[in-house]
Design a protein around this ligand. Structure first.
Ligand SMILES: NC(=O)c1ccc[n+]([C@@H]2O[C@H](COP(=O)([O-])OP(=O)(O)OC[C@H]3O[C@@H](n4cnc5c(N)ncnc54)[C@H](O)[C@@H]3O)[C@@H](O)[C@H]2O)c1
Length: 311
């Protein structure tokens, strides 16, 4: 979707961190922005930036797990700006830590409800609206590098982000032949408010649950504890990732990646999967009859940012 000017972006989790970075980049590219978030206070704090710049913006308070309210939010966005062209399913939560078998069902429902079903609710509610006007569009969903390389002890988060990537690859396949594209966005560490916002959007009953992993104990050897590293030097800014997401939308990329530091880890996983296939003769009939099962051409179009043809 090359030309974004005058088009409308509907961005969930848009009042903070990565979502706000994407919203600002969309504004910079001349888009009208709908900031959708579960926290009204965060929306109120986010809007003045856009108003001061004179960029069209509208805030909608929405919990992405509330399907009835989601449909109303879609109607409200269309009432305000006419059409929605870009959907960014970015709202997500830190799903807590601990071995998978120690999570409670309530914690599972909370994480799956927002990180997976919330994305699906966005697709079901907004994609038909984009397809209907025929002007073209794009859908981006924020997964994570944890959707590619699992982080030990973060099982609910890992699996939710794996699901988002699968959802977006499927959506991209389903949208082939339309003028609507789809991207899975997998950032590495980015400066944001995820810890705090996740606590704020949690039901009261979950906030009281104790952490399953006690904080690591320091050896009592009388030495000063090592200074905390300066994370601000290691984490990317939301503004930077926002620009990269907009580039991915404009190019129609299937994957939007920001952190090359994860490449070896992803390669190791891919190679482990390939090693796990038995070295046996292939059943050519199966391959011919079920071509779409054994090979999906959507992967062939992916390009590399910074390569000569990459704008
Ligand atoms: N920050 C990182 O390092 C990082 C890395 C990889 C992926 N992510 C993902 O990026 C996305 C954005 O998170 P962030 O890090 O910018 O954190 P953030 O807290 O700054 O932003 C998340 C926003 O989502 C909103 N939200 C949460 N639950 C919601 C719900 N049910 N309905 C509507 N809005 C809801 C929050 O209110 C918040 O404003 C998440 O999906 C997160 O998993 C973050």
């Amino acid at each position: 979707m090359e030309n974004l000017s005058g088009k409308t972006a509907f961005i969930t989790g848009g009042a903070s961190g990565i979502g706000l970075g994407i919203a600002k980049a969309c504004g910079r590219w001349g888009m009208k922005v709908i900031i959708v978030d579960a926290r009204q206070k965060a929306i109120d704090e986010a809007l003045p930036f856009f108003k001061e710049k004179g960029w069209p913006v509208h805030g909608i308070k929405l919990d992405v797990t509330d399907r009835e309210a989601y449909a109303k939010a879609g109607d409200e966005a269309e009432d305000v700006f006419g059409k929605i062209h870009v959907l960014v399913n970015n709202a997500g939560v830190d799903a807590g830590s601990g071995p998978l078998w120690k999570f409670t069902y309530k914690e599972c429902d909370f994480a799956v409800g927002i990180n997976i079903v919330g994305v699906l609710n966005g697709i079901i509610n907004i994609v038909p609206r984009i397809l209907k006007h025929g002007e073209g569009g794009h859908v981006v969903s924020t997964a994570s590098q944890a959707g590619l390389i699992v982080v030990p002890g973060c099982g609910l988060y890992n699996m939710s982000k794996h699901a988002v990537i699968g959802m977006m690859e499927t959506l991209a396949s389903d949208l082939v032949g339309t003028n609507v594209g789809a991207s899975a966005f997998m950032p590495g560490p980015v400066v944001s408010n995820l810890r705090n916002s996740s606590q704020e959007v949690k039901p009261e009953s979950l906030r009281e649950e104790k952490p399953k992993m006690p904080p690591p104990q320091r050896p009592n050897d009388g030495k000063e504890p090592p200074a905390m590293p300066d994370f601000s030097k290691m984490f990317m800014s939301p503004e930077e990732v926002g620009e990269r997401v907009v580039r991915g939308i404009r190019r129609g990329d299937l994957y939007i990646l920001t952190h090359p530091e994860f490449k070896d880890g992803v390669r190791a996983r891919g190679e482990a999967l390939l090693r796990a296939y038995p070295n046996e003769p292939l059943n050519e009939d199966l391959m011919k009859t079920f071509g779409m099962l054994v090979y999906n051409p959507i992967y062939d179009t992916q390009t590399t940012p910074g390569d000569p043809d990459w704008k």
